[in-house]
Design a protein around this ligand. Structure first.
Ligand SMILES: NC(=O)c1ccc[n+]([C@@H]2O[C@H](COP(=O)([O-])OP(=O)(O)OC[C@H]3O[C@@H](n4cnc5c(N)ncnc54)[C@H](O)[C@@H]3O)[C@@H](O)[C@H]2O)c1
Length: 388
C-alpha cells in the first residue's frame, strides 16, 4: 500500500511517520508521501536527526500545496492518513474517500455527529476502512482493564476522574494558529482520549456533558480555551470529571501529567481502577538538560507510548502503544482489502470494537459536539441523547 500523509506537524514527526517507516522497513507498505502547505514543514521532517538515526536510508516523497491533486494521483484503495488540525478533518477525510482511499485519522475524527455519519455512509458505500487513531486503546493497561471489567472483576463504574495536562511550551507551537476558541479547545483536543477509554473499558455510553473553559492568550495574541473542566454523565448514571490544559510546567518531569481513576461498586464492596499514565516507574537524571522542548535534567520518561530502542538493525526500532496502534489500523486496512466480502469484514471490525471506527465510536463525536456547545455557553449541560 502507498501511504499518503496529510499534515507534517508534531504528531506526524513524533508518531505517525516513524511508525510507517517501521512498517515500510518490515515490507508492509510501499512509498510514503507527505503533503504540507509549506516547504519548511517538510524540510524540518526530512532533516530530523532522530528520524535519520532511526531509519537510515529511508525517506518520504514531499508534496507542497493542496492535497486534492495528490489524492487524485493515488491508485485506488491505498491508505491516506489525516494528521491536520481537528476542525479540518471532515473535508480531508471526505476528499480521501472520494479518491477511493482507506483512511486513518488522528483523534478526534470530526467535531460533529452528522459529519461522522456522512463519513460512515461514504466509507461503507465504497467498502473502505476508516480507523480513528485513539492510541491509548493499545496501551496494555487499557486492554487489561477492558478485559477484566468486561469479565465483571470491577463491578460497575460509578465515579471517576481523568486528567491530561500538556506542557506550557505547546502554546508556542503551531497550536496557537488553530487550537483557538472558535475551532477547538483543550477538552476536544486531549480530553476525548479519556472519554473514549471509559467507553472502551466499560462499554457504557455518555448521555450528557458540560465543559467549563477558561480562556487564555497564546503568544501570538490568539485566544484559546487552554484550561477545561468537563463533567460527563454515563448511561448508568456514573460521572466522570475530566480536566485538561496546556499548563503543565516545562520544568516538571515527564512530558505531561495524565491519568485515570475509576471508582466502581461490586455487589457488597468497592472496586478501583487507577492508572498513573505519566509516571511509569522510571526516573532518569541526566548530566545536562536535553536540548528538546520541555527537556529536564530530572526526567520521568514513559517507555510505553513511543520510544526508540536499538535492536541492532543499523537503525532504531520504535516500540510502544503509539506504534502498535498504527500497526493495528494498517492491518485492518489490509484485512478489508484481502477479504472476499469487504463490507462484512468492516462490520466485523466495527463489532470487535478494538479499532475505533465511525460506526462504533460515534459517542465520541456526540460528546465533542455537545462539549463545544457547552463550552461556548459557559459550561451549560448539553444532552447527547445516547441513553440506552
Ligand atoms: N495524543 C494524540 O492523539 C494527538 C497528539 C497530538 C496531535 N493529535 C491530533 O493530530 C492533529 C494534528 O496535530 P499536531 O499536533 O500534528 O498539530 P501541528 O499544529 O503540529 O500540525 C498541524 C499540521 O497541519 C498543517 N495545517 C494545514 N492546515 C492548517 C491550518 N489551517 N492551520 C494550522 N495548521 C494547518 C500544519 O502545517 C501542520 O503540518 C490534530 O487533530 C490533533 O488533535 C493527536
Amino acid at each position: 500500500m502507498r501511504v499518503t500523509i496529510l499534515g507534517g506537524g508534531m504528531i506526524t514527526h513524533d508518531q505517525i511517520l516513524p511508525s510507517f517507516y517501521q512498517l515500510q522497513r518490515l515490507g508492509l507498505i510501499d512509498e510514503i508521501v507527505i503533503c504540507a502547505r509549506h516547504d519548511q514543514t517538510l524540510r524540518a521532517l526530512d532533516s530530523s536527526q532522530l528520524l535519520r538515526r532511526a531509519f537510515p536510508g529511508q525517506s518520504f516523497r514531499s508534496h507542497v500545496g493542496q492535497h486534492g491533486d495528490l489524492l487524485n494521483e493515488a491508485q485506488p484503495r491505498n491508505l491516506s492518513v489525516i494528521a491536520l488540525p481537528d476542525h479540518l478533518h471532515f473535508d480531508a477525510v471526505m476528499a480521501a474517500l472520494d479518491a477511493d482511499q482507506h483512511v486513518l485519522v488522528v483523534k478526534p475524527l470530526v467535531m460533529k455527529l452528522e459529519e461522522a455519519e456522512a463519513i460512515e455512509r461514504e466509507a461503507s458505500r465504497r467498502a473502505l476502512f476508516v480507523g480513528v487513531e485513539y492510541h491509548k486503546r493499545f496501551d496494555d493497561r487499557s486492554l487489561l482493564a477492558r478485559r477484566k471489567y468486561r469479565a465483571g472483576d470491577f463491578g460497575e463504574f460509578r465515579l471517576g476522574a481523568a486528567c491530561l495536562m500538556e506542557k506550557w511550551y505547546y502554546r508556542h507551537s503551531n497550536f496557537q494558529n488553530w487550537c483557538t476558541t472558535e475551532n477547538s479547545d483543550a477538552f476536544a483536543y486531549i480530553g476525548c482520549h479519556y472519554v473514549d477509554l471509559v467507553h472502551f473499558i466499560t462499554g457504557l455510553l455518555p448521555v450528557n456533558v458540560s465543559v467549563y473553559g477558561v480562556k487564555d492568550e497564546y503568544p501570538n495574541g490568539n485566544e484559546g480555551f487552554l484550561w477545561t473542566d468537563a463533567r460527563v454523565i454515563w448511561s448508568n448514571g456514573a460521572c466522570l470529571n475530566v480536566q485538561n490544559s496546556l499548563s503543565f510546567p516545562d520544568d516538571a518531569p515527564g512530558t505531561n501529567a495524565q491519568g485515570l481513576t475509576l471508582y466502581c461498586s461490586g455487589p457488597t464492596n468497592g472496586a478501583l481502577i487507577r492508572h498513573s499514565d505519566q509516571y511509569r516507574g522510571i526516573e532518569h537524571v541526566y548530566t545536562a538538560r536535553p536540548e528538546v522542548p520541555g527537556g529536564t535534567i530530572y526526567a520521568e520518561p514513559s517507555p510505553d507510548y513511543f520510544q526508540y530502542v536499538d535492536l541492532g538493525n543499523n537503525g532504531l526500532t520504535p516500540v510502544g502503544y503509539g506504534y502498535r496502534s498504527i500497526e493495528y489500523l494498517l492491518h485492518c486496512c489490509l484485512r478489508v482489502e484481502s477479504a472476499s466480502d469487504r463490507r462484512q469484514t468492516i462490520r466485523d471490525i466495527d463489532r470487535e470494537g478494538i479499532a475505533a471506527t465511525p460506526a462504533n465510536s460515534r459517542y465520541n463525536e456526540q460528546v465533542i459536539e455537545a462539549a463545544r456547545q457547552s463550552i461556548l455557553n459557559g459550561g451549560s449541560t448539553v444532552s447527547i441523547g445516547s441513553r440506552k
